[in-house]
Design a protein around this ligand. Sequence first.
Ligand SMILES: [Zn+2]
Ligand SMILES: [Zn+2]
Length: 223
Amino acid sequence: MERIAENLYIVRGSGYSSNSYIVTGSKSYAIIDAGLPEYSEKIIRAIRSLGLESYPGYLILTHMHYDHIGGAENLKKMLNVQVMIHEYEREYIEKGDPLNTVALFFNISNLRPIKCDHALHDKEVLRLDGLELKIIHTPGHTIGSITIYIPSSKALLTGDTIFENGAYGRTDLPTGDIKLLIRSLEKLSKIDAELLCPGHGDVFRGNVRQLIDLAIKYAKEEI
Ligand SMILES: [Zn+2]
Ligand SMILES: [Zn+2]
């Protein structure tokens, strides 16, 4: 675990696992993405070392892909977190649909259903003891992909929508759509951000708008 901004920590994913981020309030916390199941212990240790395990916690999933949700069941069991995903992907995780969660890449034929405790919608604001997390619906990589914006640290947590080198998430998997992705990136480019925290790879600090504009340029060339 590494602190990347005030109230914001990264637990780096390795191999195929996504990164996880921990956002800390004074008496509550949010985990953004669970990563693969073998990665849960690392996240639980991080929550314990921050002294947060007895407080209410939320697990916000940026989208339904297995490399982001695989550890959700473990985190629910060990930390009793409330699981949240965009309303368009609730059904997929609750059905344990292996096609739409892309569990097939990981040789998992019977993905266990994950109960969604709260379905998120665009523009929803979650509060951790006064710290705001804004939910932005950014479909394109998948239909219910979200980006989380933390105004106090000017951070965007983008899941697989855009990465630190200006690459964007693939759109050839079920429910992916390049045109929707471009529209989502255009939406993100209007946000005042200095830190981009993607679902894979490194964090980007600096001119986030320029980075997003670069991704939009690449994406438009693909159409
Ligand atoms: Zn993905
Ligand atoms: Zn991913």
